[in-house]
Design a protein around this ligand. Sequence first.
Ligand SMILES: O=C(O)[C@H](O)[C@@H](O)[C@H](O)[C@H](O)COP(=O)(O)O
Length: 233
Amino acid sequence: MSDAGFSWNGFADRAELAAALAGHVAGRLTKAIAERGTGLLAVSGGTTPAKFFAALSHIPIAWDKVTVTLVDERFVPASSPRSNAGLVAANLLQNEAAAARFVPLYHEATSIETAAASDDAALRSLPWPLDVVVLGMGGDGHTASFFPDADDLATLLDPSSPRIVLPVHAASAGEPRLTLSLARIVAAGFIALHIEGQEKRSAFENAMAPGPQKPIRAVLEAAPRAVEVFWAP
Ligand SMILES: O=C(O)[C@H](O)[C@@H](O)[C@H](O)[C@H](O)COP(=O)(O)O
């Protein structure tokens, strides 16, 4: 299956997907390091990526030249079981990948707005654009923390936003979120969407069908290059 906005990569099982996606990401980071001396990777959290993270962590690339950050983060400390930073620390920043520099999004702040503003300033020094971004997707068609019920969703999805990090309030999100802006996500050299299971496949196909635009389709339509979808049953 292929479409202008995406290219479909289906796998027989989740282990095969994890190995393939890890290989693609490692290759893209190696190419970036060769071309510009550094690699910048943003990954998503949630329950899907752990196997992919483990596979990537074992691949011997020049991890000391790679900066890893998050596509989005729940407004919780790394010690929380809800923390994406905690997930990345436990599953990706291990083995060979332990040498990478990690830039988290969460830090204590009086509000999510204050945290997003200080993140926005702090992350400006990273070697943008992203070389690789790995997105997930919820059954409601959200990606990153672009939840369909988010306050001011239009700001989050603004492809011309000057912001790097934005605050998110969405009843369905569980807690306030910090997210990379769509503008930064779609500027990545390689954009992967990692989804697993029939429910997510159906949700993706529904989001691509004519009808009210879901956030995942806003990302695909704003991306200047096809998004590589990685799916296994
Ligand atoms: O913080 C998060 O939860 C993620 O960044 C989010 O965008 C995730 O990719 C989707 O919600 C899918 O989550 P699952 O992998 O748990 O289905």
